[in-house]
Design a protein around this ligand. Structure first.
Ligand SMILES: Nc1ncnc2c1ncn2[C@@H]1O[C@H](COP(=O)(O)OP(=O)(O)OP(=O)(O)O)[C@@H](O)[C@H]1O
Ligand SMILES: [Mg+2]
Length: 298
């Protein structure tokens, strides 16, 4: 127990320092007159239900707790979940932004630790079959948010919609989520293959979620990394793995993020180091991320 506590203490301290230095650089850039640029990380998967939203919502809380101004965009349009995981009932969503009924800034809802959430909305199917022109218009409407945040976390729907592909094509950082099962790994491979083809410079990491044991993770990683190396010549980093843990489902029922409601659970302890993945702080920061994503659609 004492060892566990001291490990946690070290993790917090280290994370805090890493962030403080990144934050200091951003502040220095601001003082030099350089425009502030949010660092964008996309959270995506091939297969549905593998834990993207759990990871994205908890990641957002941890980054905000460390001092970042965090925007979480739930791009699972029409099937959004993040507001439920935060216990929120947002008045507005991405469809309202697309339709020009509300500005992106006015559509935000405040979640735990001050995370700002832009919901994807529930039961609104307008954007599911959005045309490229509509998506481009939505991306344009989101662009003004970029200068207001240090971090934008995009929680994508499963698979590769136009919206997802356009954002992955210009993202600096990508977290691919999969379980240890061959089906989820195969879909995660397909997603990374497409993202890498469109955006060879993307810094990609894999998170294996809901793993029954370390041995399952080792064998999944061996298969996944072997296929990526052989067929793509590029391998994402294994950023971390999260054990199967009943505390996750308890946190969903409580509508409070796991790292706040069950901070000492094995799954929460496993998510903490994922939130301090080096690539998150090494990203230069998107210059006009949504303008570039819109250009991909043209
Ligand atoms: N580490 C875990 N241990 C136990 N259960 C988990 C774990 N991670 C996720 N779950 C369960 O899986 C469910 C689905 O997770 P989540 O909503 O994050 O998946 P998703 O990838 O976002 O799904 P979708 O593709 O529909 O967006 C959660 O509600 C939770 O009950
Ligand atoms: Mg989800």
């Amino acid at each position: 127990m004492a060892e566990a506590l001291s490990r946690e203490g070290f993790g917090r301290l280290f994370f805090g320092r890493a962030f403080a230095s990144a934050h200091g650089e951003a502040r220095a850039a601001e003082l030099r007159g350089a425009p502030r640029r949010a660092r964008v990380v996309c959270v995506a998967s091939g297969k549905g239900g593998v834990g993207k939203s759990i990871l994205a919502t908890n990641l957002a809380v941890l980054r905000a707790r460390a001092g970042e101004r965090v925007l979480l965009i739930d791009f699972d349009v029409g099937f959004a979940n993040d507001h439920l995981l935060y216990g929120l009932a947002p008045k507005h969503d991405l469809v309202g932004v697309l339709e020009g009924r509300v500005s992106a800034l006015d559509a935000l809802a405040t979640g735990p630790e001050g995370v700002q959430l832009l919901s994807g909305g529930v039961g609104r199917t307008e954007l599911v079959s959005a045309t490229r022109r509509e998506l481009e218009r939505l991306f344009r409407a989101l662009a003004p948010l970029e200068s207001r945040f240090d971090r934008i976390i995009v929680d994508h729907g499963a698979g590769l919609s136009y919206a997802t592909l356009a954002q992955l094509s210009v993202a600096e950082t990508l977290l691919v989520v999969a379980s240890h099962e061959v089906t989820a790994l195969s879909d995660a491979y397909a997603l990374f293959k497409r993202a890498h083809a469109a955006n060879p410079r993307v810094r990609a990491g894999l998170v294996i979620n809901r793993a029954p044991s370390r041995a399952h993770v080792d064998s999944a990683w061996e298969r996944y990394s072997g296929a990526c190396r052989k067929f793509l010549g590029a391998v994402p980093e294994l950023v971390g793995w999260v054990p199967a843990d009943d505390a996750v489902s308890a946190s969903v029922d409580e509508r409070r993020p796991l790292v706040l409601s069950h901070p000492d659970s094995p799954a929460a302890r496993a998510i903490e180091p994922i939130a301090s993945w080096r690539a998150l702080d090494q990203a230069a920061g998107a210059s006009a991320f949504y303008e570039q994503a819109g250009a991909v659609l043209r």
